[in-house]
Ligand binder design. Sequence first.
Ligand code: HEM
Length: 185
Amino acid sequence: MKIQSLFTKAFALTLVCISVMVLTIFRLTPSLAVSTTTTPTAQLSATPVIIAQYDLDSGRSGGRSLYKRLGEYDGISAVIDDTAQYVFNDPLIGKYFIGLSTNSKQRLGELLKAQFCQAAGGPCVYTGRPMKLSHSGIGGGLTNEEFNAFVNDIAQALDKNGVKTKAKNEVLAFAESLRGEIVER
Ligand code: HEM
């Protein structure tokens, strides 16, 4: 009987010791206490494209991000769909898109949406190529006049979708910030 009680006490003591050790280790190295599931490397290294020189803070108005004021993703999507139509039919720059397959045009639209959504402070990640790389050499190098035509098409699409002047100017300022990477002559 006495031996049994001794064993019980020893067992209880061992349990307490183990608990203290486990708690001490976890406190000293908190990382052990955190779930071991990590963000996949692919996600972390997703396209290191920097959305150029656009100060996202300036995109806030009365606490509402530009993304919200544009009507979130659906609002941006509608503006880009219209922009694409204007650009593809633009008398000056439409020629550059004639050879693109339907799928390439769709992909371009999706990339533009992600790019503007991210720049406006939305929860999107632009995964396309940097602007310099994707535009270098188009038509022997894009001109300021061609760039202006593209920006005018964006402006027309913003008007069509009833985007307010302040938000419109912010979107155009972002587009303008890309001029140096896109225009080559
Ligand atoms: C603010 C102005 C512009 C923006 C934001 C813009 C944005 C983009 C984006 C996001 C892409 C996709 C990049 C990729 O494929 O990874 C792209 C591709 C393209 N852009 Fe622009 N772009 C602008 C101006 C222009 C202008 C002025 C032209 C021609 C006049 C142009 C012609 C093209 C063409 C032809 C492609 C397709 C390239 C390909 O498929 O390889 N872009 N642009």
